[in-house]
Unconditional design. Structure first.
Length: 148
């Protein structure tokens, strides 16, 4: 345990604290002393005990207001976290849906590609057959013309 000499309301006090907490204790006492002196200046000399009580009430009021704000911020942070998780879930759902659509489009593309190749082959066969029939017809006509 460490000991710290402090001055409060013109009086010296020796307080104990955990080792390494001396500076923190001094900071707290500077704050409390300032509040006490401000109240003394504003309210006059209404008695040390009453000033100490009002100072304590103000410090506790600040503490509870700060605690309340921290709790509100925790709730806000929790709500934001929930909204972020929800948004993240929606993003993944959207991504999965679009990947599924892309896969379907890719399958459709492959199917259309095969159908085009099949139709191309069929058209080439039809053209070959038509060309062959035309050649046959031309040969027959030529043979007929040459016989006459």
């Amino acid at each position: 345990m460490a000991n710290v000499n402090i001055k409060f309301n013109g009086k010296d006090f020796l307080l104990s604290c955990d080792d390494g907490q001396e500076e923190h204790l001094e900071e707290l006492l500077v704050h409390i002393n300032q509040k006490f002196n401000d109240l003394k200046k504003d309210l006059g000399n209404i008695g040390e005990n009453k000033l100490l009580l009002i100072t304590s009430v103000q410090v506790m009021d600040e503490y509870f207001e700060t605690k309340k704000k921290v709790e509100e911020k925790k709730i806000e942070l929790n709500n934001l976290s929930n909204k972020f998780r929800e948004l993240k879930s929606l993003v993944y759902e959207y991504k999965d849906k679009k990947e599924e659509e892309l896969n379907q489009l890719s399958q459709n593309h492959e199917s259309f590609k095969k159908e085009i190749e099949k139709n191309k082959k069929n058209y080439e066969e039809i053209i070959e057959e038509a060309a062959s029939e035309i050649e046959s017809y031309v040969e027959k006509v030529n043979l007929k013309n040459s016989v006459q």
